[in-house]
Design a protein around this ligand. Structure first.
Ligand code: ADP
Ligand code: GLC
Length: 484
């Protein structure tokens, strides 16, 4: 099969700009797909952090007026990726978080900013850039959700389109007034088009109009077709039925490799798993926790949001400490959770410690030094922290939802007897169920052989992009249309 050209359209890409797992996925896909004979380029907004790293970029396309100002598409390479950056200073020349202004709320013109991104993605799909005419446009999340709409209403032969839902909770829902700026035909403001509860729904538009919809785990693909997890889009997703696929995320094995990771105090591999102890000691020092080889160290690396269920953990914390455990948390986000964990750390010095920051390097030390990684999410499309945890031999304790359900093998009696368990699952996401899973973790921790077995199973689990990349390549081929 000859090489396929795919344009990936995303609002964040690791290592250029990242707020969460979307960036990791968008950053890893091109490399993973190269092995499948897919030539993927990535369109991202030209935030200052992106432009800084795009040395030697060329102007590949120009717009005299794109949503209120001049813009150009810069083509270049950064961090090993082929990047198209949408350089539109009036929209993207803003430092810091890609979505939020200095007061921590959404930029008021996000509707315009990400319509522009999608618009340019569709234009590239339609041949705007000489030398790279994609067979498929792959849109990620609501920020790129209008790209399939622009393609569908282009009135000319268009490439195939695919949208991936990384998180249905973020929908890009804007007042109807934005519609008149989008440049779509009037008929697009309909149930079959971009209309959503009287406004314009960017994610809804993508889900309705892309040739194929994917999400990031098989369980989440099923969940989002139910009212409980569908966030008002379950009906639409059910109607698309066979066009909805669940493809698990992988971990970028070059970025997350305990045998070579420069962020660790001590590198290791499954044959040298005992050397993790040095990372545990380093993490305890870094966090100001009491030095102890024997106390189980529970770690959290997470956005602090309702989704992640960390308020449940706050209730279980006393029980962890009473049983001799320690908790280290690295996270940033909602203030009520920061203050809850801040108070917990202040009242239990030596046993509980929190770093309220976003720190990529420290995240690696957590994965290499913690005994357990906790992910008590209420919903979780895929989750990458538990995949990194498996790879680093930190045993994950997760709620049984979405990708967490698909990637961790619960240490129940049968799985333990068969020697296949890789962690602990609990359901429902409640304080009681979490407490019970933590009790089970303490029990295993007390049995050195069983604990070691579980860690090794995790390290040997396949969390790579190889399988997922094949699935994406198949889907791309199934929707590819060479534009005329
Ligand atoms: P989500 O995208 O919902 O936040 P994922 O588990 O898919 O959840 O991805 C989270 C990614 O962000 C992982 O790579 C994780 O290591 C990283 N991460 C989350 N919080 C932090 C933090 N405070 N510091 C460093 N990395 C973090
Ligand atoms: C979202 C989800 C997370 C997923 C990530 C990458 O941020 O919350 O579960 O792993 O996207 O797909």
């Amino acid at each position: 099969m000859s090489g396929l050209k795919v344009l990936s359209v995303a609002s964040e890409v690791f290592p250029l700009v990242k707020t969460g797992g979307l960036a990791d996925v968008a950053g890893a896909l091109p490399g993973a797909l190269a092995g499948e004979d897919v030539d993927m380029r990535t369109l991202i907004p030209g935030y200052p952090a992106v432009k800084d790293k795009l040395g030697g970029a060329e102007v590949a396309h120009e717009y005299p007026d794109l949503f209120g100002g001049p813009a150009q598409v810069l083509a270049g390479r950064a961090a090993g990726l082929d990047i198209f950056a949408l350089d539109a200073p009036h929209l993207f020349d803003r430092p810091g978080n890609p979505y939020l202004g200095p007061d921590g709320t959404d930029w008021p013109d996000n509707g315009r900013r990400f319509a522009a991104l999608a618009r340019v993605g569709a234009d590239i799909g339609l041949g705007a850039i000489l030398g790279f005419q994609p067979d498929v446009v792959h849109a990620h999340d609501w920020q790129a959700g209008l790209a399939p709409a622009y393609l569908a209403y282009a009135g000319q032969p268009a490439p195939g389109s695919l949208i991936t839902v990384h998180n249905l909770a973020f929908q890009g829902h804007f007042p109807v007034s934005i519609f008149w700026e989008l440049g779509l035909p009037d008929r697009a403001l309909s149930f079959e088009g971009v209309e959503y509860f009287g406004g314009v729904g960017y994610l809804k538009a993508g889900l309705r109009l892309a040739d194929v919809v994917t999400t990031v785990s098989p369980t989440y693909a099923r969940e989002i077709q139910t009212p409980e997890f569908g966030m008002a889009l379950d009906g639409l997703l059910r109607a698309r039925g066979g066009a909805v696929h669940g493809i698990l995320n992988g971990v970028d094995e070059a970025v997350w490799n305990p045998a070579t990771d420069p962020a660790l105090a001590q590198t290791y591999n499954p044959l040298r798993i005992d050397m993790r102890a040095r990372n545990k000691a380093a993490l305890q020092s870094r966090l100001g926790l009491a030095h102890s080889v024997d106390r189980p160290l529970f770690g959290v690396v997470s956005r602090l949001s309702h989704q992640k269920g960390l308020d449940l953990l706050l209730h279980v914390l006393p029980r962890i400490v009473e049983q001799g455990g320690q908790l280290g948390l690295l996270g940033s986000g909602e203030r009520w959770l920061e203050s809850g964990f801040g108070d917990a750390a202040a009242s239990r010095p030596g046993s509980v410690s929190c770093v309220f920051d976003y720190d990529e390097k420290l995240a690696h030390l957590f994965q290499s030094g913690a005994d357990f990684i906790l992910v008590p999410s209420r919903f979780e499309p895929c989750g990458l922290t538990q995949l990194c945890a498996l790879r680093y031999g930190a045993t994950p304790i997760v709620s049984r939802v979405g990708g967490l359900a698909d990637t961790v093998i619960d240490g129940n009696d049968a799985a333990l007897a068969a020697g296949v368990a890789t962690g602990f699952q609990f359901a429902p996401p409640s304080v009681e169920a979490l407490a019970n899973a933590i009790d089970r973790a303490f029990e295993i921790y007390g049995d050195r052989a069983a604990m070691r077995r579980m860690r090794l199973n995790g390290m040997r689990a396949d969390v790579s992009w190889r399988g997922p990349a094949k699935r994406y390549a198949e889907l791309y081929r199934s929707v590819a249309r060479t534009a005329a």
